[in-house]
Ligand binder design. Sequence first.
Ligand SMILES: [Zn+2]
Ligand SMILES: [Zn+2]
Length: 135
Amino acid sequence: MNNAPEDYRHAPIRCVICGATMDRLQRGDAVIDRCPTCGGMWIDWYDGDAVGVLQGLPESGGQVEGQRSSECPRCRGALLPEPFRDDGPEVFRCNQCFGMFVPGEAVGIIAALRDKSADRTALGRWIERVLWKSD
Ligand SMILES: [Zn+2]
Ligand SMILES: [Zn+2]
């Protein structure tokens, strides 16, 4: 094969869910791919934390009927379903390049996860306050 590393990084990829050609999207240091049809997102492993990358993106998506691919759009490895952070919505992880595909309906759910950890921090502060008061 004559895939130079740069081609690997810059070649357009096809949506895992619906097969549409995905748009490139610059998010800070990260470049992710977004499906214009179903709102699915592809995040390469080196693009960092999915919650941060997905946060602030416009709500998108909607169900698209189609044959879901079980092949990594990047490297043709096997895409395996897994829950995001153990109890989150289902995402698909490549077992070779560790890229992650986030279905459109899961994007908003994952983007909201940071709010939950902010809540936890607020709760932690509240507990601290209560403990400090009750001595
Ligand atoms: Zn799609
Ligand atoms: Zn892959």
